[in-house]
Design a protein around this ligand. Structure first.
Ligand SMILES: *[C@@H]1O[C@H](CO)[C@@H](O)[C@H](O)[C@H]1NC(C)=O
Ligand SMILES: *[C@@H]1O[C@H](CO)[C@@H](O)[C@H](O)[C@H]1NC(C)=O
Length: 372
């Protein structure tokens, strides 16, 4: 029997045979037989009632949801939560304390986090990249709140948009969006590596290669460098002391890749965040400094000190090169040919897994010349 809460009217019905029994037994001797039969019925009712109260109160829906969030369960696949950021970050920051192997069957996954304005023009390329590997990744998309996604239910992006808020370039709201993506992805314990991408990013290699490259890496891929010029140290503000000194100030690309430990640190941080929020405003671009500087101070030895996402600054100016229909293939070949990188302390490896920036009209050539 399913446990359920007894309503008042049900309880009243169940009491009735007991009263009936008493009346019958006391009043009429010939009615003794009937009394006996009714008493047996009463015993049945009593037993059912007792069983019911021992089988536990019905689980409240709210409690169940909290339980699922806290475990970061794989059941928690939809993002219909309306948690404010502080609650989301708090829940996502929980770390198991019991040492040893995780005692549940589990395949480590890569969380692909897309920070976008709206549509994903290169979605068909990504669909092809992800095809057949459903058990090894999760997708999270943060777009501007006004954007209404219209992916087909068969798409890997369907239902993967997280509750989003306005995010502006160069503003702390951009870091908030990144933390929102990380926190949603952290709720799923299967996610081990966390890649931040934009709608102009394209994958360079097949999924299997990329997955192994990430999962087996001893380092996290955060671009971190010390730029002595006006666009590096020149953006440092002394009021960040004592948390951040000039010597610790770093610059790096926004498009990071981190493991679980670093991801949890980023969403939990309350030490550096207020300093950057207050003292890194344009012409200090917080998305280029906050995470690189914090990661450098706290986790230098765990960083690869390079980004996995190639970008072309060779054309000069303050914006990177954008590749379209005519030059996407050339750019792709150039990036794929670059093998001058260290990987797990060994030289001569592939440097980049992704590249940007590709215009929407590069989709045709990208599909035609992709390596997967
Ligand atoms: C994936 O790419 C790697 C490296 O380019 C290659 O060695 C491998 O054969 C590819 N696997 C598949 C299934 O295409
Ligand atoms: C990255 O730089 C830090 C020092 O800033 C160093 O400790 C670390 O080993 C470097 N990472 C790699 C992979 O060389």
């Amino acid at each position: 029997m399913q446990s359920g809460k007894m309503t008042i009217s049900q309880a009243a019905k169940r009491e009735w045979p007991a009263k009936l029994t008493k009346v019958l037994c006391l009043l009429v001797i010939p009615g003794m037989l009937i009394g006996l039969v009714t008493s047996l019925h009463f015993m049945d009712y009593f037993r059912d009632g007792l069983l019911q109260s021992f089988s536990g109160a019905p689980v409240q829906q709210e409690e169940h949801d909290i339980h699922v969030h806290m475990l970061g369960s794989r059941e928690y696949q939809s993002f219909h939560h309306k948690m404010p950021d502080d609650e989301l970050l708090w829940r996502a920051s929980m770390v198991p304390q019991r040492p040893g192997k995780i005692p549940i069957p589990r395949t480590p996954k890569v969380a692909f986090m897309f920070l976008t304005v709206g549509p994903l023009p290169l979605a068909p390329l990504w669909e092809r990249f992800f095809h057949g590997h459903q058990k090894l990744f999760n997708i999270y998309v943060h777009s501007l709140p006004a954007f209404e996604p219209d992916e087909a239910p068969s798409s890997v992006f369907f239902g993967r948009h997280i509750p989003s808020q306005e995010a502006k370039w160069g503003d702390i709201s951009m870091c908030d969006a990144e933390r929102r993506l990380l926190a949603n992805a952290l709720l799923d314990y299967d996610n081990e590596r966390f890649v931040l991408l934009s709608e102009t990013c394209a994958p360079l290699w097949n999924f299997t290669f990329s997955y192994n490259y990430l999962i087996k890496s001893h380092y996290s891929f955060v671009g971190v460098f010390d730029d002595p010029g006006p666009f590096g140290r020149g953006r440092y503000n002394e009021r960040m002391l004592p948390e951040v000194t000039l010597q610790q100030w770093r610059k790096g690309a926004q498009w990071f890749e981190v493991n679980r430990e670093l991801a949890i640190y980023i969403i939990s941080d309350m030490k550096y965040y207020p300093k950057f929020q207050e003292f890194c405003r344009p012409a200090c671009y917080v998305d280029e400094h906050y995470i690189p500087t914090m990661m450098y101070i706290e986790f230098a030895a765990q960083l690869a000190n390079r980004s996995l996402t190639a970008v072309d600054w060779s054309r000069g100016g303050s914006h990177p090169g954008i590749y379209g229909h005519h030059d996407a293939q050339q750019y792709l070949n150039r990036i794929r040919g670059d093998q001058g990188c260290m990987y797990n302390s060994e030289p001569g490896h592939i440097c980049f897994l992704f590249a940007r920036k590709f215009a929407p009209n590069s989709l045709g050539p990208l599909l035609q010349h992709s390596s997967f």
